[in-house]
Design a protein around this ligand. Sequence first.
Ligand code: TZP
Ligand code: MG
Length: 230
Amino acid sequence: MKTDYALYLVTSSSPTLLGPDTDLIEDVVRPALEGGVTIVQLREKDGDMTTAQFVERARRLLEVTREFGVPLLINDRVDVARAVGCEGCHVGQDDMDVQSARRILGPDAIIGVSASTAEEAVKACREGASYLGIGTVFATSTKKDTKHIIGIQGVRDILAALDEAGYAHIPTVCIGGITQSNVQQVLQQSATPNKSLDGIAVVSAIVGSKDPKAAAAEFDRLVRASLPVP
Ligand code: TZP
Ligand code: MG
């Protein structure tokens, strides 16, 4: 089945985003899925979670994403993705390479790669990435080590380079500082004649929202109105 990248939720366990008695899965991800999130990435950077806890959380989350028929990807930890049998993983430039990840997860796994330059994007496609996460678009306090703030023009340049290299068919989402106020501008202004974004990825605009379901539903409305008709 074709993966829908339109509204991609990346989780965070940061206490500054999650309220004190908030359960990430039941109080954030489930309502966000009800609101229209189409794909979920479990990203654990903030706590000092053990591997055992990580696997347990991924298993619990997979039960929920399966209820909604939405893919679950694991950030960085290809081993955890394999252990729980979810749909795939997302790797950054310093993580395991795509080919090795695919050896572990198999030919049908969804393997996403972060890219902040045209070179990184084209290389990831050549190596068999299923989709690209392009960014960081705008400065964000969610990710501390964002060296490369590329702006909308940077996203556009990468999309143009993908088209030029024959990878216009590889799905792309962008990430970093995306809000309900800028999402339509990002989708519209990054589009090139042959290659547009397939969706947007957000952390704080949904995880940090008081009402994740309403936040996701509003993104869903805004994104659907700006994506080219398939
Ligand atoms: N990669 C680049 S920016 C970022 C990641 C994981 C964090 C984006 O968070 P937010 O809150 O949507 O700006
Ligand atoms: Mg990583």
